[in-house]
Write a protein that binds this ligand. Structure first.
Ligand code: SF4
Length: 632
């Protein structure tokens, strides 16, 4: 017996407009917890490694609420997974705030969506009932307008995950925007929805699943909430959230400035996009906060770090939430636009069009670098009225529109940096991605062992798959020394993503154990929960190997092995040298129990993880990888 979950998953076929509700087994809950765990479990089961990501009869979009959604302070994450059109491997991506809780209150823990509707539709899910609603009138609308329209057509309290023009036009890094402000940004899952003619998913419900021990649940909820409210570092975090990330990356020499050529910034430059410049100088009044209070902060969040900001320049005054460090860095530092008003406005535009800000920022920065180096000629700038030079916010925004509608040069750039370099036959060495996923805005040249995290992350170059500790620059010694701490942090992050807890809500492990027990009635230690990270990674690696990406693409971009040009870490690279990086990679395989030559989980490892049913695929993957590598 388990409480807290609905134990119901809806299989939704958009072609036949049929819905089947199935049960979720207790074993699945114990091994995978929810959220990320469910995404990889169902993704592995239902999506073939050979599936064409943009063929909705082969690919599936899986949506899952975290195990503690609707039960714990800051349980805000809703997860999406599909085979990515950008990378060709399974990819999970998350958005915060209230969608996950509303899905659970609507009577479902997860959705598996497949097929293609003849005409645009959106799904409306209310208290266990799934409706297919006509969406032709919304096709072409921005994510913001779609959110507003669907709330009016359903319920004002409904939570809405929608795509914009970029998703409709199958841009390979189109995002899914949740409630107008929040992005499940990575890997182009918005294009998967576009390929299904699925404009949006809206959810509303009011049925709270029973909890195992209500008295203990009330006690622990209150204690956790109060502790976090009074915790000093947490209060400091609440002031700026990740808004102050530019100051941090500048200090650590980890910024992606001028397309990863300017990692360290002097204080006066970093200040232009600091927390003070955004929140203090461009914040909005209480009235505006009141208007968005229901969707601005995560479910029961004690921190409330999300802030609203508004550009001051005339004509650019759109409200932007937070804005996240990733947006400031990839839309500001990468193309080197250091004007807060311009960057905030670009963020609003990108979100409205439904583009992933990280991938888009990389594509633009890369294109600007190629142009400035003379590798792109003027006559190739089809559709652009301004030259794509670093610092040009007009160029950034023109490129965004061209990409979202696949016009002119935008049709090539819509493919993502890996494919665009192949199409143009240029810029492969400058492209900053792992397995096709454009890198998030933390350059690993500033932190020892971080390159191994990017190289082995399930989805590609994500910054959310473990940070090695403590913080030391790579010149401090061999990268292999950091592998253990990387694995530990990765597995804890996987627990947070599986339970749906925001990474910025500073849970202690004992608190997570207590609240999970009070809600579900299951006794599980933090160590047992952390196995979910190993399980999801193991499944992801088998799947990616069968798709031909592992181990060949367990590597990092060449750019990160170029010495830092200036600042306190001048001359430092992401690892001491390539041999040091390879050595750390082998150490990672060894500690994880993966085959040392192919990096794929062995039979013994899978049996240890309770994944015996994946052994046949793993052995097939090892055999195929060995053939590709010429090892037999
Ligand atoms: S800490 Fe910030 S990002 Fe996390 S749930 Fe709370 S408001 Fe959202």
């Amino acid at each position: 017996m388990v409480y807290g979950y609905t134990l119901r998953i809806a299989y939704i076929d958009l072609s036949s407009k049929r819905v089947k509700i199935k049960g979720i087994e207790l074993t699945t809950v114990k091994l995978f917890l929810g959220g990320k765990g469910f995404l990889y479990y169902y993704g592995f089961k239902h999506i073939a490694p050979s599936a064409d990501p943009l063929n909705p009869h082969e690919n599936k979009l899986i949506v899952s609420a975290g195990g503690l959604a609707s039960h714990a302070p800051g349980a805000s994450k809703i997860g999406f997974l599909a085979k990515s059109p950008l990378t060709g491997i399974l990819c999970d991506t998350y958005a915060g705030q209230v969608f996950a809780s509303k899905l659970r209150l609507a009577g479902l823990d997860a959705l598996v969506i497949t097929g293609r509707s003849a005409d645009p539709v959106y799904l409306y899910i209310e208290n266990g009932r799934v409706e297919f609603r006509e969406a032709s009138h919304l096709w072409g609308s921005s994510t913001w307008d779609t959110w507003q329209a669907i709330r009016k057509e359903t319920r004002l309290g409904a939570s809405v995950a929608a795509i914009g023009p970029a998703g409709e036009n199958l841009v390979r890094y189109a995002n899914i925007m949740v409630d107008g402000f929040r992005a499940a940004g990575r890997c182009g899952l918005g294009a998967v929805m576009g390929s299904m003619k699925l404009k949006a998913i809206a959810v509303w419900g009011n049925k709270v699943p029973a909890r195992a021990d209500m008295d203990e649940w009330r006690r622990v909820y209150r204690e956790v909430y109060e502790r976090m409210r009074s915790d000093e570092p947490t209060r400091a975090w609440a002031r700026y959230g990740t808004n102050d990330g530019v100051s941090v990356c500048a200090r650590l020499s980890m910024c992606p400035g001028k397309h990863w050529q300017k990692l360290w910034l002097p204080e006066d430059e970093a200040k232009k996009l600091s927390g003070e410049a955004i929140v203090d100088a461009r914040g909005v009044g209480r009235e505006t906060y009141k208007e968005y209070a229901g969707i601005l902060w995560g479910w029961g969040c004690p921190i409330k770090c999300s802030k609203l900001a508004k550009p001051r320049k005339k004509g650019l005054e759109h409200i932007v939430v937070k804005p996240e460090y990733e947006n400031l860095a990839m839309l500001g530092l990468n193309p080197y636009v250091l004007d807060a008003d311009e960057v905030l406005f670009t963020e609003w535009l990108i979100n409205s069009l439904g583009l992933d800000s990280i991938s888009f920022g990389e594509v633009v920065g890369w294109f600007m670098e190629l142009y400035e180096r003379g590798l792109i000629k003027k006559e190739e700038l089809s559709g652009l009225s301004v030259e794509p030079r670093f610092g040009s916010s007009e160029a950034v925004r023109e490129i965004a529109r061209l990409i979202a509608y696949r016009k002119g040069i935008g049709a090539v750039l819509a493919e993502g940096v890996e494919k665009a370099a192949r199409i143009l036959g240029r810029g492969e060495d400058e492209a900053v991605h792992v397995k096709g996923l454009e890198a998030a805005a933390w350059d690993p040249r500033g932190r020892r062992g971080f390159a191994v995290s990017y190289a082995t992350a399930d989805a590609g170059a994500s910054h959310l798959r473990g940070w090695p500790r403590p913080h030391e620059p790579p010149s401090k010694g061999p990268a292999r020394g950091m592998v253990k701490s990387l694995i530990e942090d990765r597995d804890w992050k996987a627990v947070l993503d599986s339970l749906g807890l925001c990474t910025f809500v500073p849970y202690q492990r004992s608190e997570v154990e207590r609240i999970y027990r009070a809600v579900t009635g299951l006794e599980m230690s933090a160590e047992e929960m952390m196995l979910v990270g190993w399980r999801t990674e193991a499944l992801a690696r088998i799947h990616a190997a069968l798709a031909g990406r592992v181990p060949e693409h367990d590597t990092i971009p060449k750019r990160w092995m170029e010495p830092i040009a200036e600042g306190p870490l001048k001359g430092v690279k992401a690892a001491l040298d390539w041999e040091d990086f390879q050595d750390a990679l082998r150490e990672f395989y060894r500690q994880r129990g993966y085959d040392l030559e192919t990096g794929i989980p062995t039979r013994e490892t899978l049996e240890r993880l309770g994944l015996e049913w994946a052994v046949a695929e793993a052995e097939k993957a090892i055999e195929e990888a060995r053939k590709r590598l010429g090892l037999q």
